[in-house]
Design a protein around this ligand. Sequence first.
Ligand code: ZN
Length: 251
Amino acid sequence: MTTAKPIRVTVWNEFVHERTNPVVAAIYPDGIHQVLRTAIESHLADEAIVRCATLDEPEHGLTDSVLDSTEVLLWWGHAAHDQVEDAIVSKVHRRVLQGMGLIVLHSGHASKIFQRLMGTGCMLRWREAAEKERLWITAPGHPILAGISGDYIELPNAEMYGEHFDIPQPEELLLISWFEGGEVFRSGCTFRRGQGKIFYFRPGHETYPIYHHPQIQQIITNAVVWAQGSGGNYNWDARHIEQPLSPIQQK
Ligand code: ZN
């Protein structure tokens, strides 16, 4: 019997609102990243090694050694997208193409890394009115939705995100949100770029306790398992093949 190697996960958070807004600090006293870390650890136990990285750290906590040993990166940002250094974005981008999974959460839709990977503006409509949200399941049986029973997940208070959401056509659409005010939104979308799997997951506005919600935690954990590296050692450099496998004549 073999034991699978633990998935190496890094949770990145800009960690701004929790230190500047008392409402957010009351919900996430140690930061959104710590709640996500605990959720993944409690679901996966010794099947995952989870660490955190934040904007304030040198290289935003995403040094070469951290990135090289990360199989799945989670990204939460909102207020400080423009403070993320382009050089770090380029390194994360390269790692995704090489096979690192990336889970982009909520307002991460406007992050540099998501925009670069999508190639579109990634903007949307929004309203903050603590309205009800129903996330309707459109891909039952998908591994990211494992353990989620029923036809939808209901969040009593959410920020509205509405269409049009300026993303490329997702490879898979797992969840469509309905909001009390009438809008709809593609809330669970998968993409592939190079060898890397990407999951965009909408829930998670900082002034609501959404990352404490058990089903939201379940989906994020499932996404970590789904997104883990498929091509961690992929050599993406161009190679000139001088010696063909079978003899040929130069023409
Ligand atoms: Zn928000």
